[in-house]
Design a protein around this ligand. Structure first.
Ligand code: TPP
Ligand code: SF4
Ligand code: MG
Length: 353
């Protein structure tokens, strides 16, 4: 028997999994969350990470915005290499509008709360919805002000009970109905606990050009997850009326989707991706604004939530187009292109004489 030393064998290291632009999932993560364990907002963060990774979006091309609240802390927990601006309570829409108009080559995502949007920020929200600014606007909706210890927010339902037993007696603001009414071109509602649906909705939103308003019911385990609350995990699971199966096929993948033309709506998105919306609940057409309003009113009357893509119109020009801005981002234009020359000013003065 030979006693020559044997060379140790090392197991081959499997190649790291990357997406279509060569980045690992880690490039889409953010700092460690400081939110409560089990908070719905953390699940939404995970889906945002998955959606941007799977769509192969360069995180450096993304701008993240938020207001104030537990929800508004979320952008710190995803897409670390992206640009971010944590604004004042309820003022994220104006900050996002300025940033996107200054550099429309970037992809904007804003995270707000039901309080940040529906209370102090409602004025900014309604004007954002009218403009079709290319922005993914997510409301992490728990029906309360989580950060300030669980007071009712404007999305709390009539009759919903707070942890201390107080019953809410004011009617809620339905942010989806408001968004549809005011002209948002992509309106969806989802649930932080529905991984598959939320991921498809987020991927479709990345492919849409215009305002995507996504209200995600996101239970607050600390202040609003008890019996009597209509935003608890158990209530939402029991009252979620799923509009139908969503299949999203990105433009860079060649996936054959088997669908029945009679019961599936196909929507072609801005970047060439496709959405196949299979109707389960009813014969629902997400391109019909009146049908969307009817659905929202009828489900609310029954104490239910319709989830899925509620309304979509991929054809409307976005705010950048309707302002007729030059193709090149304003932020990079040289001074001689943004400041009128002396001759132009002289002509203008002359015309005002
Ligand atoms: C101008 C101003 N008013 C009030 C507050 C106090 N405040 C901080 S967060 C918040 C509400 C947060 O609720 P929501 O947007 O629903 O976020 P959540 O914490 O529930 O995720 C309030 C009232 C503040 N920070 N700034
Ligand atoms: S207080 Fe509520 S909303 Fe805030 S992190 Fe905790 S569970 Fe989430
Ligand atoms: Mg809230």
């Amino acid at each position: 028997m030979s006693d020559a030393p044997t060379t140790p064998t090392t197991a081959p290291v499997p190649p790291k999994k990357t997406n279509r632009i060569g980045l690992e999932l880690a490039s889409y993560r953010g700092s460690k969350t400081t939110l409560c364990a089990g908070c719905g907002h953390n699940a939404i963060t995970e889906r945002i990470i998955d959606a941007f990774y799977e769509m192969g979006v360069d995180p450096k091309r993304v701008m993240k915005f938020s207001g104030i609240g537990c929800s508004s802390k979320s952008p710190a927990y995803f897409l670390n290499p992206s640009h971010g601006f944590n604004s004042v309570h309820g003022r994220m829409p104006s900050v996002a509008t300025g940033a996107i108009l200054a550099n429309s080559a970037m992809l904007g995502i804003g995270v707000s709360g039901d309080g940040d949007t529906g209370a102090i920020g409602i004025g900014q929200f309604v004007h954002l919805m009218r403009r079709n600014l290319p922005l993914i606007y997510i409301i992490e909706d728990n029906g309360c002000y989580g950060l300030t210890k669980g007071q009712f927010s404007p999305t709390a339902d009539v009759g919903s009970k707070a942890k201390n037993g107080v019953v809410n007696d004011l009617p809620p603001i339905d942010t989806c109905a408001l968004a549809v009414e005011l002209g948002a071109t992509f309106v969806a509602r989802s649930f932080s606990g529905d991984k598959k649906q939320l991921l498809s909705v987020l991927k479709a939103a990345i492919s849409h050009r215009g305002t995507c308003m996504i209200d995600v019911i996101s239970p607050c385990v600390t202040f609003n997850d008890h019996e009597g609350s209509t935003k608890s995990y158990s209530y939402v699971k029991d009252h979620d009326e799923v509009l139908g199966e969503i299949s999203f096929v990105p433009y860079f993948e060649d996936i054959a989707v088997e669908y029945d033309a009679g019961s599936t709506t196909t929507v072609k998105l801005h970047d060439g991706s496709h959405l196949y919306l299979r109707k389960v609940a009813e014969d629902y057409n997400p391109a019909d604004r009146l049908a969307a309003m009817r659905l929202l009113h009828e489900t609310a009357r029954r104490g239910e939530f319709a989830t899925g893509i509620i309304y979509i119109d991929p054809e409307q020009p976005d705010f950048v187009e309707s302002l007729n801005l030059v193709e090149e981002p304003l932020a990079f234009l040289k001074e001689d292109r943004v400041r009128p020359g002396k001759q132009v000013l002289d002509e203008l003065m002359e015309s005002l004489r």
